[in-house]
Design a protein around this ligand. Structure first.
Ligand code: UT7
Length: 345
């Protein structure tokens, strides 16, 4: 089985920033409420001409530039999005075209906020089996297009953005264990109907407000902490590791209190968690790759570090992966100190 190195990372946030003060002017809310209940201070919103594929393209370009890889050398592009430019073609195909990745296959994954982790896990398996050498994963969203801007329960939470990761076959690095879960019976916790849903006797589809994000916030909140913490425990078990071996927690960014609750439940110090939610809000499929790209650039991941990635969202779908970080593809001489002492070497 091949290992996987992180060859390049990129992220892109649209220029326009929507602050909590801006949202105070749109619905009955307050900066204080949003900060206290979610940790969010601002989010980015796409310009009218921007789409998931255009944001994703910018993030992908940054990843390729960092990797110094030519687009023709990519074997596969997997997009993760709930807000593609259209029902088809996929955002990944549009990104493939703009990049000039003429030798790459392309498709999208829609697993709401679990989209990136689902796509990323598939990418690592194509590489592990030797099927492909280089796979680009792009999480990208323009959630502002499906947010109900009159619903204060949801409109304060979401933002637009994109993150991209280029994975390459290597002797060292990659997933040690992962789990993906789904419980479709809880679909009403978080959903947005679309143009292809059931019709009534008159031939009408869902009313417009159901085609936007609908959410049972408190139910989802309660579910999220347990689901993510248990998924990390399961992924650690599959990796034959324990919580003490986790160097960095890289969670989906939905709510600061959910991130804190997950860390607490696991007994992982909060400062080991990557947090971007205050600046970007919840960008669904894009939240983990944006956080990964930023944290890597800030030097948060040492070679050999064990990153516990976890996510949850519409489906419901949730999961976790323990990822052994490597940009070089070569095993480091020693593991990062904190984990080495905690795991006895
Ligand atoms: O990627 C996954 C996506 N979604 C999530 O992860 C969401 C998970 N859930 C949450 O993050 C939280 O449930 C929210 C942030 C959505 C809500 O926080 P909460 O602490 O669960 O508040 P709540 O819904 O229980 O509402 C408490 C109060 C209510 O007022 P009353 O009935 O106590 O008078 C709400 O009407 O806060 C009110 N409220 C607001 N007040 C000001 C709800 N939204 C707002 C708002 N501004 N934006």
């Amino acid at each position: 089985m091949n290992g996987t190195r992180i060859a390049g990372l990129g992220h892109y946030l649209p220029e326009r920033v929507l602050s909590n003060a801006d949202i105070e002017r749109m619905v009955d809310t307050s900066d204080q409420w949003i900060r206290d209940r979610t940790g969010i201070e601002q989010r980015h919103v796409a310009a009218p001409h921007e789409t998931s594929s255009s944001l994703g393209y910018r993030a992908a370009l940054m990843a390729l530039e960092q990797a110094r890889v030519n687009p023709e050398d990519i074997d596969l592009i997997i997009g993760a999005t709930t807000t593609p430019d259209g029902l088809f073609p996929s955002a990944a195909s549009l990104i493939q075209d703009r990049l000039g990745a003429v030798n790459a296959g392309a498709y999208d994954v829609n697993a709401a906020c679990m989209g990136f982790l689902s796509a990323f896990s598939a990418a690592t398996q194509y590489i592990a089996t030797g099927a492909y050498q280089r796979v680009l994963v792009v999480g990208t969203e323009v959630l502002s297009r499906i947010v109900n801007w009159q619903d204060r329960g949801t409109c304060v939470l979401f933002g637009d953005g994109a993150g991209a990761v280029l994975l390459e076959a290597a002797p060292y690095g990659g997933p040690l264990g992962f789990v993906l879960h789904s419980d479709g019976s809880r679909k009403l916790y978080l959903y947005a109907e679309g143009p292809c849903g059931p019709r009534d006797a008159e031939g009408n589809g869902a009313p417009p407000h159901l085609c936007m994000i609908n959410m049972d916030g408190p139910a989802l909140f309660k579910f999220a902490v347990n689901a993510m913490a248990n998924a990390v425990r399961e992924a650690l078990g599959k990796s034959q590791l324990s919580v003490a071996d986790v160097d960095v927690l890289l969670p989906h960014q939905a709510n600061l209190r959910i991130i804190q609750g997950t860390a607490k439940s696991l007994g992982i110090p909060e400062d080991k968690a990557v947090v971007t939610i205050h600046r970007y809000g919840n960008t669904s499929s894009a939240s983990i790759p944006i956080a990964m790209s930023e944290a890597a650039r800030a030097g948060r991941f040492e070679e050999g570090a064990r990153i516990a990635i976890c996510s949850f969202g519409g489906g419901l779908a949730w999961g976790s992966m323990i990822y052994e970080w490597s940009t070089t593809g070569v095993a480091p001489e020693r593991r990062p100190v904190a984990a080495a002492s905690a795991s006895g070497g």
